[in-house]
Design a protein around this ligand. Sequence first.
Ligand code: PLP
Length: 418
Amino acid sequence: MPNFTLTDAVFQQAAERYPTPFHLYDEKGIRERARRLNRAFAWCADFREYFAVKALPNPSILRILKEENCGLDCSSATELTLAAACGFSGDRVILSANAMPPEEFRQARALGAFINLDDYSDIETLRTHGGIPACVCLRYNPGGEFLIGNAIMGNPGEAKYGFTLPQLREGLDRLKALGAESFGLHAFLSSNTRDDSYFPALAELLLELGKKLEAEKGLRFAFVDLSGGVGIPYRPEEKETNIEAVGEGVRRAYEKICPGGGVAVKTELGRWMTGPCGWLVTHAVHEKKIYRDYIGVDACAVNLMRPAMYGAYHHISVCGKRDWPEDHLYDVTGSLCENNDKFAINRNLPEIVPGDLLVIHDTGAHGSAMGYNYNGRLRSAEILYTTGGDYRMIRRAERPEDYFATLDIDPAAGALGL
Ligand SMILES: *Cc1c(COP(=O)(O)O)cnc(C)c1O
């Protein structure tokens, strides 16, 4: 079920200090998850989590994860800049390329980051933009459907990412000719999966392939990168991924295929690391009864896009009413002129009146980060609830001048109607 560890008082106090809407993140929870992951993989001396920056690109959060021995997975120049500004050294950064502007390879090489190539053509681009490093990672796409037993875990055949197997073979030949000495293998075959056997199955696939290619090509197989995709329970009836069982399953695959060790294990979790440790806090500002009952809130899809974009479920609590019967049927909506701007559809909730404080759960990954400016709406603030129990604003809310900064107009003149 969703994360209910923070009491309503925490959200209410935050809302007394900062205008809603805002995302609130729990530092203690984030540190605990990082430590759990590191413990689950402690059997591997050379394990590291490279947090997927895109999930929560806030420097305060990234620095917390740095203290917890994590690195970063970046996929743009801006994310690389963020990593460097937060003091991550090159060995703590992976660039996961995909249709990259070539200059971004140069930037990643200057930082000394690991480079994860997405396509055969990237080899030439990397050669001419920063050069081929001693160790290169290749992203594998096995095509077809990714099955565990009879269950379809993903559809790599329809995904834009990675090398086919023949391309991997050709790519390694080419990289060897260009002076590379070792390689890593990466794949991301299933998203938001709470199945404990996903990472073990992926590890088995990549480790077996890596060992085979190592023997074939005479290049050292240096690491396996299991990437992201481990899921979290967004719905009350869903159960949590057992990360300890995931680590143990990967260990079994590893010891079977690499009994002598020597291959490092990397992950790039985003959602699992921070997803449950964020909440979007918003006031009910409006009630409307037509063919359905609508509760309008001061947040909208620009603050959390997942429901509008994917129809994703996010649990909603009403502060001070957690024990009330959920006997009212509502659509909870934002203010965009877009009918999919709904945080909940036909949801049973306690009776809500304007002024109530609502908490939308599990917004700590792919939440604020996917923010945008449709309808001239502005991105909200991000607040850290610290381990010491304090509140710290770690991103201010956007102001109208931020919106106008990329335009050649004078908003003050506009306000006067000139
Ligand atoms: C998005 C992404 C991740 C993180 O995915 P989660 O589902 O948040 O775990 C990791 N690696 C790459 C390359 C990604 O694109």
